[in-house]
Design a protein around this ligand. Structure first.
Ligand code: KIV
Length: 289
């Protein structure tokens, strides 16, 4: 277990003991062998702040600065209003707070769909301003040309197919995808198109399990599931969901803690102490000798 001291002059976290060097994009890609097997599944969680990155980093292969920060941090109704400025600022904080994991940053809605050139401009800004190693973008066959354009120009890309939250208005909600054969075939075609275009990993979100299994079998890059299948080459969850910070979470989330109750209880104790004038106590005040 690593512990960290935070150097406020440089905003860097200094872990003790010093961890191994930062993982690289090729190292993640090579987790899936030429035979299609992944002996060590890829562990990915979202992070939006330096402190959370410090805590998660020793345990993760990839820290994703997801545009889910729109809902989780900013209280927005969807990911649609998320801006480049938000992604760059939170991305830079996560890079400062991490040493080991590959940091990947979501490209926000509207920053990449118009053309490969628009995507290059946005992705290069994200990498320059944050220091992250990779971007993630949503979409299947329609995004293949853009992914090929970015990867040919030195920008590692994680693809994202199936339930793509930035398309919530077109999809009409967040229901798992691929319930009929046509939609299932389309998701598999999307996965194959973005994998062939060069993404180094591929998020499979919210789909019937059999589709995730077939997509994982039929693409060369590692797949990372969320509401997909344990047979994916790795898994991702929104950290705050996994920590139990929200009362309502989708069915595919496993809560590994119940932080909402614990935070409420701590706030209740603090409020009671303040009201009883028992905080601050002797240990928390300064007196001149
Ligand atoms: O925005 C996000 O957090 C994501 C993951 C849930 C895959 O895209």
């Amino acid at each position: 277990m690593s512990t960290y001291t935070f150097d406020t002059s440089t905003s860097r976290a200094h872990p003790t003991p010093a961890p191994m060097r930062r993982l690289t994009v090729p190292a993640i890609q090579q987790r899936k062998g030429a035979d299609g097997r992944t002996d060590e599944p890829i562990v990915m969680l979202t992070a939006y702040t330096a402190r959370m990155a410090q805590l998660l980093d020793p345990h993760c292969d990839i820290l994703l600065v997801g545009d889910s920060l729109g809902q989780v941090i900013y209280g927005l109704p969807t990911t649609i209003p998320v801006t480049m400025e938000m992604m760059c600022a939170h991305g830079a904080a996560v890079v400062r707070g991490s040493w080991h994991a590959v940091v990947a940053i979501d490209m926000p809605f509207g920053s990449y769909e118009a053309s490969p050139a628009q995507a290059f401009e946005s992705a290069s800004r994200i990498l320059k301003e944050s220091g992250a190693a990779a971007v993630k973008l949503e979409g299947g066959e329609a995004m293949a040309e853009t992914i090929a354009f970015l990867t040919a120009r030195g920008i590692p890309v994680i693809g994202h197919v199936g339930l793509t939250p930035q398309a919530v208005n077109a999809l009409g909600g967040y229901r798992a995808r691929g319930r009929d054969e046509a939609e299932a075939n389309k998701i598999i075609a999307d996965a194959q198109a973005v994998a062939q275009a060069g993404c180094f990993a591929l998020v499979l979100e919210g789909m019937m399990e059999a589709i995730a299994v077939e997509a994982t079998r039929s693409v060369a890059c590692p797949t990372i599931g969320i509401g997909a299948s344990a047979k994916c080459d790795g898994q991702v969850l929104v950290t705050e969901d996994m920590l139990g910070l929200f009362e309502r979470t989708p069915r595919f989330v496993k809560r590994f803690d119940d932080l909402a109750s614990r935070i409420s209880a701590a706030a209740e104790s603090y409020a009671a102490d303040v009201r009883a004038r028992s905080f601050p106590g002797e240990d928390q005040i300064y007196r001149s000798r």
